[in-house]
Structure formats: C-alpha cells, structure tokens
Design a protein around this ligand. Structure first.
Ligand SMILES: Cc1cc2nc3c(=O)[nH]c(=O)nc-3n(C[C@H](O)[C@H](O)[C@H](O)COP(=O)(O)OP(=O)(O)OC[C@H]3O[C@@H](n4cnc5c(N)ncnc54)[C@H](O)[C@@H]3O)c2cc1C
Length: 330
C-alpha cells in the first residue's frame, strides 16, 4: 500500500504521462518568433509529452533551433511550397492530420496574428471551444485568462477532450532553447493545398528598432501627438533608450502611424520594463495591452487623464516641451 501522499503523486505523474501537447511553432523558416519560446514554457507548465510542429518552405534552421529546447520529445517538420505565407487554411489541414495520427490532448500556439488565425479554425474542425490568450496554467484542464478588456481575471476549467489554446507571450518566460536534442521527424504527408486562399506576396516593415512585443523599453504616442510628423519626437526619444515605438488606436486610426504599432485590446499586448505613454489618455482598451509593463511613465497635459491611475511616474506637461527636454537630457 502507498501512503496517501505517494499515491496522489503517482496519479499526477501518470496523468502527466497521458497528456501529449502539440506546440505550433511560429517562425520565418530561419528564426523562431520569441512568442514561440513563451508558448513552449506554457506547454511545459501544462505538463506531458511535448511535440512541436514546424511547417514552412525551407524551415530547417527553425526546426534545428527548437529541437535544442529541453523537454521536447519530437519536432514534426512539414516542408512544402503550400505553406508559403503560413496561411491558416493550409496549416489547419496539416494540424488536423497530425492530430489524427498522434491524438494530442492539447494543441497550443502563440496568441499572435499567426496563432489567432489558425487555432479557432482547428478548434471548430475538432468541435471544441478554443481557449484564447491564456495568461496562466493551473493544471492540464484549468487555465487563466482575462476578460472585460483585462478588467477581470477568469479561471477556466476546460472539459473538452482536446484543449486548443493560444498563449499570451508576455505572461510566460521565454524558453531558452537549450539543453535538449529532440528527434526531428517528418510531419504526416498529405495534400494540404487549398482553393480557399492563395499567398501572393508579403511586405514586411524593416526596422533596426526592437520588435514591439519583445522590446524592453517602449515609447508610445497617442492622439495628443496631433500628426504623424510629430511622432519624430518619440523616435528621437526611443533612439536614446533603444526602445520600440508604439501607439494608441486613436493615433493609428488618425493615420499618424501604421497599425502594426497599435497597442491594446485590439492591438499588441506588451509588458516591457519601461513604458512611456505620451499624449495617451489611458482608455481601458489601451490599458489592456500595456498595464503589465513594469514601470509606466505618463506624459499628459490633463492631470485627470486616467493613464495617471496606472502610471508609476506621471508628468503633467505639454508633450511638445517635455519630450524634447527629456531626449536632450538622456
Ligand atoms: C472595441 C474597442 C477596441 C479598442 N481597442 C483599442 C486598442 O487596442 N488600443 C487603443 O489604444 N485603443 C483602443 N480602443 C480605443 C480607445 O477606447 C480610445 O479611444 C483610444 O485608446 C484613445 O487613444 P488616445 O489616448 O491616443 O486618444 P485620446 O483619448 O483622445 O487622448 C489623447 C490624450 O492626449 C492628451 N494630450 C493632448 N495634447 C497634449 C499635449 N500637447 N501634451 C500632453 N498631452 C496631450 C490629452 O490630454 C488626452 O489625454 C478601442 C475601442 C473599442 C471600442
């Protein structure tokens, strides 16, 4: 007979063995996205055998790099021109084929534009509810996510037999991708071509600045900047801080900056060490995307602006005077 505590331990170990997780890697064939490393950490928290799916055109380098992560049993690789542009329609068919062969209990992807396009389709095809944008894992069936634009935290117990999950990158540490040597195998082969969509081309913004979602420092501007040209003030400040530049939705909607800079509920979720909000009022939809930043600095001429309620340092000032002064002093 086992002592009760030992028996409990044995059960949870056995349970972890029964779980098998498929992580969908986001990459550009060469390099994994940082969000994939965060997603891998979340998968490890769920516990169980972890496989990673890397699908692309010539994705050898990305597969190699994830195979080095500790605690992965295999990397399934699918290389074909069909996966050009990483379209959700083709990747969904591949994921379903992998699911049919391996019977995963969890399918997990980053809650980025990539994962958000694919996993709801996969969930619909498997007739289960997607569990989106989790920020915590209690156990293999219980996950934490925010609701009401980040104003309430929900603990969700999933009863579906297959859990299809997207992971908020900022809520989990990046897996260091070292200490392991997982087997690299071919993913199930099949005809994944679809008439639903055709990849034509892609134009990516080229920038020497850090990417918004992984930057340690961010300077973000809002409608208070008044024009796109005035964002130069923020770029100058960002250069001094090696920071990424972001924006509120109002600034994006007004055409000051492109929409890949948008931070918030319907934009990117960020959690840098330093977030400087300039001419941003602090609407809840904006806060939903940045309130987990470690130090928040707000510059706003209105002392009643809600951004001051979440900021660690607040400067009530005209941004057109304060920002150049700050940049010059750095
Ligand atoms: C469904 C939904 C989703 C949304 N998603 C998002 C989202 O993802 N991200 C997002 O940001 N918003 C989002 N919004 C919009 C959000 O509600 C706000 O409208 C938006 O965030 C406001 O942007 P802002 O703070 O730049 O503009 P405003 O609210 O107009 O604030 C401008 C601020 O600049 C200050 N200011 C003006 N001039 C100066 C100056 N010279 N010096 C200093 N300060 C100055 C003003 O005092 C004011 O506080 C969403 C809304 C909805 C309904």
């Amino acid at each position: 007979m086992f002592a009760p505590s030992t028996r409990k331990l044995l059960c949870s170990t056995q349970l972890r063995r029964l779980q098998s997780i498929l992580v969908i890697a986001e990459h550009n064939n060469e390099v994994l996205s940082p969000a994939t490393q965060n997603t891998l950490s979340a998968a490890k928290k769920i516990g169980g055998e972890i496989s990673v799916l890397v699908a692309g055109t010539k994705c050898g380098p990305a597969s190699e790099s994830i195979s080095k992560a500790n605690g992965i049993s295999k990397v399934l690789v699918a290389e074909s021109d069909v996966f050009k542009g990483f379209t959700a329609e083709t990747l969904t068919a591949l994921i379903l084929a992998a699911q049919k062969q391996f019977n995963f209990t969890h399918i997990v992807a980053p809650a980025t534009a990539f994962g958000k396009a694919i996993l709801p389709r996969v969930a619909a095809k498997l007739d289960v509810s997607p569990i989106t944008d989790i920020i915590g894992v209690n156990d293999a069936n219980t996950f934490i996510r925010t609701i009401y634009a980040g104003n309430a935290v929900l603990t969700l117990e999933a009863t579906d037999p297959i859990k299809v999950i997207t992971v908020r990158g900022t809520a989990f540490p990046a897996d260091p991708l070292e200490g392991g040597s997982a087997a690299i195998e071919k993913a199930p082969e099949g005809d994944y071509k679809t008439d639903l969509v055709e990849f034509v081309s892609q134009e990516l913004t080229k920038s020497d600045r850090p990417a918004l979602t992984s930057a340690k420092n961010i300077v973000a501007g809002g409608r208070g900047l008044k024009s796109g040209d005035n964002f130069k003030l923020l770029y100058d400040l960002a250069d001094k801080l090696n920071a990424a530049v972001g924006a509120s939705r109002a600034a994006v909607d007004a055409g000051f900056v492109p929409n890949d800079l948008q931070i918030g509920q319907t934009g990117k979720i960020v959690a840098p060490n330093l977030y400087i909000a300039v001419g941003i009022s602090g609407a809840i939809q904006h806060l939903a995307g940045m309130k987990d930043s470690k130090t928040i600095v707000a510059i706003n001429k209105d002392p009643e602006a809600p951004i001051f309620q979440v900021s660690d340092i607040g400067l009530v000032a005209d941004l057109f005077k304060a920002v150049p002064e700050l940049t010059n002093k750095l």
